[in-house]
Design a protein around this ligand. Structure first.
Ligand code: UGA
Length: 437
């Protein structure tokens, strides 16, 4: 199948490479010339495990190429819209300018029978607008909404082996024809038994934001419990283990700590609230405001804990922050809790040194005033307090005895509840964590 992928960011670059891997003939389009140049050299423009190898393999087959020329999408039968929908500046709503630009770039090149597949996370109602725009230019093309559920860090695996495939279709034969074409695109995962859910446009768009809202709520729920644990001397990690044994609750996404960040959960719950307001059902989602507040309070609490272990003041203290990415196995720093904490401590008078295995370049660009170091040991040299903010494997496996030799004061605040308190205390550290005694 000839496929075009519009937008080659975290979603589109992975999607394009995976579609080529599934045997399709793929062209990836992006307005960013530098990104296209890197992708054309089979280099991943961001850190994503498995992507460089996949790009090299797929490019070698001759079935994958990248371009910044929209005319080159002509001839593809299926066009995936994979551009970003960030939060609008100063507002909760989603900024749809990239989706609008992608559709405008695509319209002149659509042929009868083509299928435009929306993957971007959009406010419900967007697919319907795009369908009208497409129908006005090419009445024999069809729009399908096919939300994406990949996680950064597992993007390749999640794309090749998704846990479900959702199509939002228009009613009638056009929808059925589009469905058949998309079934060909996803023939391999469908043959593997991936569950498929076929819906209308509105449901498909809502599935995506509902899923992310649920995940955000689950994280904030356990972080709210962490606040209770802090007030009572209880241990939130044991509480999560105990409630997680109930299969109806489940242990996954119950890791209390610094909370959620990234380019998806925070902006998605806000855009969802904004859209609900426009639809006159804002009360239905008012709980998400609380989910957001609980999440942001964790960052403040983390700085407070660092202050507490430093006898009430971080002014002039040296703080090592382990982690800059919003989660491990990613170089993505969008709305990163780690950097938010680092920046707050810097503004409050501490000398902050941040380290991260992959995200330093991105972090330095956005927060040039912080100091950066290549390794945990370099960052922690002469530190008065160490803050573990992103649970990279290399930080989880630090040896408290060896690591204790480089710091000025053995104080650690575990923002992700991943260290063994007994082991660190035995090595002479003052150990504090969110939601733990
Ligand atoms: C999220 C969803 O998990 C994906 O299904 C979705 O496709 C994606 O957004 C998207 O909308 O594109 P992602 O942003 O890659 O994926 O990250 P997650 O793995 O969901 O983690 C989000 C944040 O929650 C991270 O900051 C992580 O540290 C935090 N988190 C996660 C917790 O604080 N506790 C947990 O138990 C789990």
């Amino acid at each position: 199948m000839r496929i075009s992928v519009i937008g080659c960011g975290y979603l589109g670059a992975v999607h394009a490479a995976c579609m080529a891997q599934l045997g399709h003939d793929v062209v990836g389009l992006d307005v960013d010339e530098a990104k296209i140049a890197r992708l054309t050299r089979a280099e991943a423009p961001f850190f994503e495990p498995g992507l460089p190898e996949l790009l090299q393999e797929s490019m070698a087959t001759g079935r994958l190429r990248f371009t910044s020329d929209p005319a080159e999408v002509a001839g593809a039968r299926v066009h995936f819209v994979c551009v970003g929908t960030p939060q609008k500046r100063g507002e909760h709503a989603a900024d749809l300018r990239y989706v609008e630009a992608a559709v405008q770039a695509l319209l002149p090149h659509l042929a009868p029978g083509d299928v435009v597949v929306g993957k971007s996370t959009v406010p419900v109602g967007t697919a319907e607008v795009i369908a009208e725009q497409v129908a006005a230019v090419q009445p024999e093309a069809t729009v399908v909404w096919n939300p994406e559920f990949l996680r950064e860090g597992f993007a390749v695996q999640d794309t090749l082996h998704p846990d479900r495939i959702v199509y939002g279709l228009p009613p009638g034969p056009a929808g059925e024809r589009a469905r058949a074409l998309l079934d060909e695109v996803y023939a391999t995962p469908l043959a593997d038994g991936t569950p498929q859910v076929v819906t209308d446009y509105a449901t498909a768009q809502l599935v995506k934001v509902a899923a992310n809202s649920f995940l955000a709520t689950k994280i904030s729920f356990i972080n709210a419990m962490a606040e209770l644990c802090e007030a009572t001397g209880a241990d939130v990690t044991q509480l999560a283990d105990a409630i997680g044994h109930d299969e109806r609750i489940g242990r996954r996404f119950l890791n209390a700590g610094l909370g959620f960040g990234g380019g998806c959960l925070p902006k998605d719950i806000r855009a969802f609230m904004a859209r609900a307001g426009e639809l006159g059902v804002d009360q239905a989602l008012s709980f998400l405001r609380e989910v957001d507040s609980i999440n942001m309070r964790r960052r403040v609490r983390m700085v407070d804990l660092a202050r507490e272990v430093c006898q009430g003041s971080i002014v002039g203290r040296r703080v090592a922050v382990l982690g800059a990415a919003f989660k491990p196995d990613s170089d993505d720093i969008r709305d990163s809790p780690a950097l938010s904490v680092a920046a707050q401590m810097g503004l409050q008078g501490a000398t902050v040194v941040v380290t991260d295995p992959q995200a330093l370049e991105n972090a330095e660009r956005v927060w040039p005033d912080l100091t950066y170091a290549a390794t945990a040991y370099e960052a922690a040299k002469d530190a008065d307090v160490v803050v573990l903010a992103t649970e990279w494997k290399q930080y989880r496996e630090l040896d408290p005895v060896e690591f204790g030799a480089v710091v000025a004061g053995k104080r650690i605040v575990d923002g992700r509840n991943v260290l063994d308190p007994a082991q660190w205390r035995a090595a002479g550290w003052v150990y504090r964590a969110l939601g733990r005694p």
